[in-house]
Design a protein. Structure first.
Length: 285
């Protein structure tokens, strides 16, 4: 048997051979896995950097906030009428000199509201070193009389004791505002009657200045005294201005019938009932 010579395979040098995709090697080498120690160290360095940065910012921020240029050196007060600006500044004692950033304006607002004269107050910062203060004062309705003493009063109660320093206030004297034994809070129904009476006569020129005293002991009947007239005018609960005008129109005719009257009752339409002073005195005896 004759051996068949093997065919020699010629090398394919320089000729690219197609690669078998099933055995392609990845071009990326797998990275080395880092342990928890590595991440712990990195977290530590990050935390340290944050702490240092925060500390620096805190130190710098405090330095800026406490700088002299931001120390409060001016209080601008507006809105006061009966209180002097100096009185308002006294209530804010301690605010001047504080850092404008650190000043607790709500605390100082509370101090202002403790004043009986101040109904509301607003404070705001004006950089670099001013505080503006705007106050709303209570508006007195009248001078309330209680146990022989006189007080400025509004709907909420007593504002202050009336005295010479309030002499410029043109307010009527009012009796009967306070329930017996209570010198702090006026009766709401009586205050309402007084408020409606004053609002009504304000709309009629000249009436407001002719009323000298008011009695609201009966919350359903406002009784007033007119300058130079001893008789009491009973006006009820409404139409106060119209009833006063009707009284002035009928005054001369009433004087011809009754020289001295104890009261005029104007609550019944066009009719005016007159109580002669002589008859009243007889009845008392």
């Amino acid at each position: 048997m004759t051996d068949t010579p093997l065919r020699r395979v010629r090398p394919t040098a320089g000729v690219p051979a197609p690669a078998d995709k099933r055995f392609r090697r990845s071009s990326h080498r797998p990275g080395r896995r880092r342990g928890w120690q590595f991440w712990a160290i990195r977290a530590g360095w990050f935390a340290a950097a944050v702490a240092v940065t925060t500390t620096l910012l805190w130190v710098l921020g405090n330095g800026v906030m406490d700088a002299g240029v931001f120390r409060i050196d001016r209080l601008e007060v507006q809105g006061q009428t009966h209180l002097a600006a100096a009185d308002v500044r006294t209530l804010l004692d301690g605010l001047t000199g504080e850092s404008i950033f650190r000043a607790d304006l709500e605390e100082y607002r509370g101090r202002l509201l403790d004043s009986r004269w101040i109904e509301n107050a607003t404070l705001w910062r004006v950089f670099p070193s001013s505080i503006h203060v705007e106050v709303v004062e209570r508006a007195p309705l009248a001078i309330g009389r209680l146990n022989g003493r006189f007080y400025l009063v509004d709907r909420a109660g007593v504002i202050d004791e009336a005295g010479p320093k309030y002499a410029e206030l043109d307010l009527p004297v009012v009796d009967g505002l306070f329930p017996e034994g209570d010198g702090a809070m006026p009766d709401p129904a009586r205050v309402d009657l007084l408020s409606r009476f004053l609002a009504d006569i304000e709309t009629t020129a000249g009436l407001r200045h002719r009323v000298s005293q008011i009695d609201v002991s009966d919350a359903r009947n406002a009784v007033v005294l007119i300058d130079n007239e001893p008789a009491r005018l009973q006006l009820g609960m409404s139409d106060f201005g119209a009833r006063l005008l009707r009284y002035f129109e009928a005054y001369e005719a009433a004087q011809r019938r009754v020289a001295v009257a104890d009261y005029y009752d104007l609550r019944f339409g066009d009719r005016i009932y007159v109580g002669p002073a002589r008859l009243v005195r007889d009845a008392r005896h």
